[in-house]
Each structure stands twice: as structure tokens, then as C-alpha cells.
Write a protein that binds this ligand. Structure first.
Ligand SMILES: CC(C)=CCC/C(C)=C/CC/C(C)=C/COP(=O)(O)OP(=O)(O)O
Length: 370
């Protein structure tokens, strides 16, 4: 994919920390994402090959290596942001990027486990421009393959058999538990009328921040970093994760399906209490009041009734969210968390080119359109 600056979801914060400045170097981002895919994919494919049929085929479909009929394909397998972060973090610890590969693959496996289950829980029919796994292969396969990817992640790390692999595995299991906590919080919020911005940020820190924090810290640990450096990179990854999720929330309401590969209004269809929604409701005023009334009625409806809404109903909610300031508030949060991520890098000594790579990846996360 191409990192694009054409239509900026959350423009970059110009007031970067002193030592770690934004550069907007998206050619570098594309090279880092491509390197992550090149180094991680063979290990990912070998891991998937360990699965018993038909799970190996189902997983290969999910990763875009085959189509629904089993023919070879090079469909979109995801941006591979987490592998790229893990490899650069290994470099930040002074090691070659290859050192981070098992961590990069383990985190990508956990990420994809969560997507498989999330699509099923949300009833989402489209991901990465294609039908979701549960839609093509059924719910049982989506659950089993998700579980299997999670198990493979632990297996890959523990097979390294080193002390650092043990440290990395602890970070991965702890992040996975937080990811599950976050998902449980997210789903419980769908049925609530009032969710505060603080609750939403806590949920998003668990659901998304923890795994990006794991990608960076696990790459650093496998690169031989001490705990102080790994923790600083973890802080960078965590804030980057919050920024990433804030942008995801913007795309979940206003994203272009051509870019996102998902349905229009994807978060509104699911009644998600995402940041734009909770920030709009918290703002007060006429638009927030009207939105609150609609959402109070929405939570009483069944998902089927809700799915029967026509597009105008979702458009009306999106307009009220925007009018109440939910879009601007979420953009501000994305920028604030991007700033905090760069601040966390200020405390780490690393070669300038590696610092620039981490900055470029952070910049990309804020302006991405998919
Ligand atoms: C336990 C459980 C079911 C948890 C679900 C947690 C969950 C779905 C969190 C959302 C994280 C997120 C922003 C995914 C998109 O990542 P991306 O844009 O990097 O996706 P890509 O790999 O397609 O590029």
C-alpha cells in the first residue's frame, strides 16, 4: 500500500518534541512496511503451514495468499504496521532488524487472531476489501483459526529458547490479556447510553494500545535492550496505539470504503461508543442533545432492526457527531497521542536514522486513510 498525505485524517502536530521531530517521510514508511512484510511473511507462512486442514487454508485466505476458491492470490493481507514497528525497535536496541522477526510475526499472529474474532463478534462482512472469514468459511472456522493463530504466536517465541524469548513471551501474553479486556469493554459499551471519554480511552488503550506497545517492546527485547529502553519503546508504542485507534475511529465514521476496505459507517452500524461519539455526547449543546436522544433509542433496538436502517439514518448521526465537535476532538486526541509517542522517544539513545524511522512510522499512523 501507499502511505498517502492527500487527505489528512488527523494532521500532524507541528510542535514536535525537541529531539524527535516529525519529517512526514512517507517514502521511508513504504520501505519499512515492505521490509516488514518481506521478512515476516515467510515465517508467517511456515507457521500457518503447521495448522491442520482446513485451518491452514482458512488462515491462508485470511492473510490474502489464496482466494475463496483456494487459488493463489496476492490480496491485501494488512498494512503490517506492527511487524514494521517490531523490526525498527530491534534496531533501536542496536541489533539487526532480523533479530526482531519472531516478535514481529508473533504480534502479527495475535493481531490477526483478534481480527478474526472481532469480525465474527461484530457481524462484519468485509475486511481488507474481501468477505470476512466467518462469511466465507463459517463461524466455527473463524473461532478455531483465531485460537490457533494465538497459540502459534506463543509457540514461535518459546521455540527460540532464550532468556529474551521468555521476556518477550511475558510481554505478549500480558498484551493479549489487555487486548481481550479492551474488547470486552468495547462490547459492553455498545449497550450503554453514557460512556465517558476517559472510559473510552482506557478501553482503546487496552484494545489497541497494548498490542502496538507489545510490538515495539518485544522487538527491543529480542534486540537485547535493557528493561529501561524496552519500557521507553513500549511507551512510544502505547501512545502510537492510542493515536492509531483515534484515527481508526475517524475512519469508522467518515472513512472511504474504497480505502478502508470496510462498509460505510462501519462503527455507527455497530453502535460503537468510539471516540467521536463519546466526545460529541460529552460536548453538550443542541447537536449533542439530539445525538443523545437518538442513541438512547438506538440501544433499545435489536441489531437486526438497526441493520435495517437506511443510509440517511447513519448520515444524520455522523452529521450530528461532527456538529457537536466529536470529529475535531478525536483529531486533537490523535495528534496529542502522536506527540506523546515522539516525546517517549526523546528519552532513548539510538542512531539518528533509526529515530527517523520511528518518527516516520508515527507520522504515517496519524495521516493514514486505511
Ligand atoms: C479479543 C479481540 C477479539 C480483540 C479485538 C481487538 C480489536 C479488533 C482491536 C482493533 C485494533 C485495530 C485498530 C485493528 C486494525 O488494525 P490495522 O489497521 O493495522 O489492520 P490491518 O492489519 O488490516 O492493516
Amino acid at each position: 500500500m501507499n502511505a498517502s498525505t492527500e487527505r489528512t485524517g488527523a494532521p500532524l502536530n507541528t510542535a514536535s518534541p525537541a529531539r524527535t521531530r516529525s519529517t512526514g517521510d512517507f517514502a521511508r514508511v513504504n520501505a519499512l512496511l515492505a521490509r516488514g512484510r518481506t521478512l515476516a511473511t515467510p515465517v508467517l507462512r511456515a507457521a500457518v503451514d503447521r495448522l491442520a486442514p482446513p485451518m491452514d487454508t482458512v488462515a491462508a485466505y485470511h492473510f490474502g495468499w489464496i482466494d475463496a476458491e483456494g487459488r493463489p492470490s496476492d490480496a491485501d493481507g494488512g498494512k503490517a504496521v506492527r511487524p514494521a514497528l517490531a523490526l525498527v525497535s530491534a534496531e533501536a536496541a542496536g541489533a539487526p532488524p532480523e533479530t526482531g522477526v519472531p516478535g514481529a510475526v508473533a504480534v502479527e499472529l495475535v493481531h490477526n487472531f483478534s481480527l478474526l474474532h472481532d469480525d465474527l463478534m461484530d457481524g462484519d462482512e468485509q475486511r481488507r476489501h474481501r468477505d470476512t472469514v466467518w462469511k466465507v468459511h463459517g463461524p466455527a472456522q473463524a473461532i478455531l483459526v483465531g485460537d490457533a493463530l494465538f497459540a502459534l504466536a506463543g509457540e514461535l517465541l518459546l521455540e527460540l529458547g532464550t532468556v529474551d524469548a521468555g521476556r518477550a513471551t511475558r510481554r505478549l501474553t500480558s498484551a493479549t490479556r489487555k487486548l481481550i479486556d479492551g474488547q470486552a469493554q468495547d462490547i459492553s459499551y455498545e449497550g450503554r447510553v453514557h460512556v465517558s471519554v476517559a472510559e473510552c480511552l482506557e478501553m482503546e488503550g487496552n484494545k489497541t494500545g497494548a498490542l502496538l506497545a507489545c510490538a515495539t517492546s518485544i522487538g527491543a527485547v529480542l534486540g537485547g535492550a535493557d528493561d529501561r529502553t524496552a519500557d521507553a519503546l513500549e511507551a512510544y508504542g502505547f501512545h502510537l496505539g492510542l493515536s492509531f485507534q483515534a484515527v481508526d475511529d475517524l475512519l469508522g465514521v467518515w472513512g472511504d470504503p474504497e480505502s478502508t476496505g470496510k462498509q460505510t459507517w462501519s462503527d455507527l452500524r455497530q453502535r460503537k461508543k468510539s471516540l467521536p461519539v463519546v466526545a460529541a455526547l460529552a460536548a453538550g449543546g443542541t447537536a449533542a442533545g439530539r445525538l443523545g436522544e437518538l442513541m438512547a433509542a438506538d440501544v433499545k433496538k435489536s441489531q437486526r432492526e438497526f441493520e435495517d436502517f437506511d443510509e440517511a439514518e447513519f448520515a444524520a448521526r455522523a452529521a450530528l457527531i461532527e456538529e457537536a465537535g466529536g470529529r475535531d476532538a478525536t483529531t486533537a486526541i490523535a495528534r496529542e497521542q502522536h506527540h506523546k509517542a515522539l516525546e517517549a522517544l526523546d528519552g532513548i539513545d539510538m542512531p539518528d536514522p533509526v529515530r527517523e524511522e520511528l518518527v516516520a512510522l508515527a507520522d504515517f499512523v496519524v495521516v493514514r486513510q486505511k
